[in-house]
Each structure stands twice: as structure tokens, then as C-alpha cells.
Design a protein around this ligand. Sequence first.
Ligand code: ZN
Length: 433
Amino acid sequence: MTNNNKTLSKVRWGSSLALCAGIVACGGTATTPGDTSSSQPVQSSSAVSSSTPVSSSAPSSSSVASSAPASSSSSSASGTNWPLVVAINAGSNLAATFNGVEYQADKYANGGSSHEVTDPINGVAEDALFQTERWGENYRYEVPVTPGTFTISLHMAELYHNAGGLRTFDVSVEGVPVFDDLDLFSQVGQFGALTQWVENIPVSDGSLTIELAASQDAGTLTGFAIYSNDGELDTSVPVSNCNGYVGLTFDDGPTGNTRSFVNTLRQNNLMPVTFFVNGSNISDPSVIREMMTVGEVQNHAFTHDYLTSMSQQQVRSQLEDNNNAIQNAGAPKPTILRPPYGDYNATVEQIANQLGLYVIQWDVDSRDWSGASSADIVNAVNQLRDGQNILMHENQANTINPSTMSQIASLLESKGLCPGVIDPNTGRVVAPR
Ligand code: ZN
């Protein structure tokens, strides 16, 4: 994985040499393609604490400017006099102001997860921008812009690790490396802030792309601001309002009410959801295809019994028979198992894995199975954070009530959260594919 990531960015570097000459000092990495030891920024980095810029080979027209510590001088607060195009507070539902610039709630992200801290940030007077982050092994921002030349500031902080060497990642802008194996802790320490300016980026492909790829652990960004003299935000491109994804899961179907419930979900644009079904409940296979129009159909065992009370052969039959029932009804082979009652052990998990099923439970329990009211269920959804899923049931009247689903839709929209799918490799909820 590490080598793949590094290779990827070298390839991109090579394929964008013409571009990179206009953006950054190309010399450093281009002439040392085999070097894997660098932990310094590819270009000069501007940090609140000092870091070691590699700027000697920068052409005079270049581009990655080093800003002085943000807290020490107002004249260095901005690396450009160009007008602001847009600024984003990564990983947050809220706007934040930094050096007079308003950073909007997170958007334009593709992948990654949000995380926040309340710890004070070292070296900056305004902490909020640096206290929330979007992090992930590989993710990117795609900001729709009209053709032009752009300058951006990238803001980062080490909000998690308390030692060096635990996180290293690459950052590229429009395919051109900005950082190679950046180790934030080594640069600024835990809860230290780093700001990197990247100047004179030509964009003609409809979007300004900021890409993060981890060599170790995860990349992270707490925000960015984009400036331009000639380009602007392309507001004709529809932008998703999603700054996080949550899993709406409905177990124990299908039931006689499934078709109308599918309509309710569609009317409220609550898609995609995940249905964990029991094959023993499938009397009319066409209902499975109907469920697929609003989400995924996954495995909840063939009958609703405790898997840990069964022999290994019985467990295997429960999972296999259910996979077959779902596939015979026209759905893809399930990739996720939620055991009935969340009941499983290492043996169940091993058998599930052999059948290509990742085992999950839930992050939030709506308790609809024990008489939760519509308001209780909505309140439970309100606890969901980016990447988490909630347990609900298709056979509970308060859950499938159109009023409940309508309230959930409004709630999620107000929080900038969108229904997502469960990643069968991690169990986390991610953007729909
Ligand atoms: Zn169940």
C-alpha cells in the first residue's frame, strides 16, 4: 500500500511535468524518483512552527510560497491579493473564520471522514478552523471552478497522533505533488497548525482537485481557501450537500409492508438504505428487487435465531441459504452479515468471512424493537455521526410510519448528513458508489 501510493504520485508527477513547472518547484522530486526516504515537504512549507523548506530550486515564477507564522504578522496572513473564490472548513458542519476569511461548512469532498477535537491549537489565535479535520487513507476534494489560475492555502493540524512517524501522507493539487510523506507531528507537533500556500495553479478541467493519499495511517486536512484573479466557483455544477454519510439499516424483512415502505423511503429521498433480510421471510422474490431500488439487500441469516447456539454446520447453512435466497431473488451476492440480535462469536465470524461476509452490528440502536416512539427513533438518528449506522426494523410500525421517515429526512438534511452504504471491508458507512 505504501509503495503503491508513492508510485502513484511519482507517475502523476511525471505525467504533469509541464503543469508542475507553472505551479511548484519541480526539481526536488523529479530528479530523485527512487528516493523513498524524504519526510520533508516537496516544496517549501509554511508552518506555524518552523519546518524545512526545500525551495532552492524553485524558479522565480514559482509558486509554493512560504507564509510566515500566521500568528505573528498580519501581512503574511494571506499569500495572495487575489479575490477569494471559496474557503472550506474541512470536517465540520459549521463555518469558521480564520485571518478574516470565512471558511464554509465542509463540502466538495469525495471520501474521508470527519473528526473534531476541543483541544486548543498551538500557534494560532483562532482555533476553530484547525479543530475539525477530514481524514482518510485516500480522498480528495473536487471544487467546481471555471477555467483560470488559482492560488490556495491548505490548512492542517495533527489532531490525533502524539508522536512522529505514525502518520505520513502525500498531498497533490491538480495532480502535482505538494507534500511527499508529510509527517505533521514532526513538523508542528500535536495540536500544532500548518498552513501551506500553493500558487498559480492553472485549472481548465472544470474542477480544482486536492488529493490526499496516506503512506501510513491517514491523510488529513482541516481546511483550505481558494483565490483567483480570473477563475471563479462554477455554480452551474450541482454540489452535494453531504459532509458525512450515515447508514440507515432496516432488519427482519421483507414484510407485507415492504413495498409501501420502499415508496416512503423514495418519496423522502432516503436512499440508499441497507436491508438486512431473513430468507425465510421471502415469499415473493420480486419484493427483493423492489428493495434494491432504494438500497442494498444484505444477510441477516436465513431464520431469526441465535447463531452462537448452533453447530458450525448450522451456522454455515444459515448464512449460505440466506445468500442463495437473496441471490435467487435477483440481488447481488451479499457482502455483509448482521447476525440476528447482533449475536456472534469468533466461529460465526470465521464462517461468515469464508462466505465473503463482513460481520457488523450497529453504532446506534433506535430501540424500535422495544417500543420506541417515532420521536425516540428520530432522536436516535440524531446521535449518528459520520460513518456510523443505526439499527431499525422493517416490522416496527413506528419506524415505517411515513412521518418518522419524513422527520429523519429533514433532520439529516439540516445536519448535512446523507444516507450512505456500508463498506464491506471496514463496516464504516461511506458515500454511495
Ligand atoms: Zn433482527
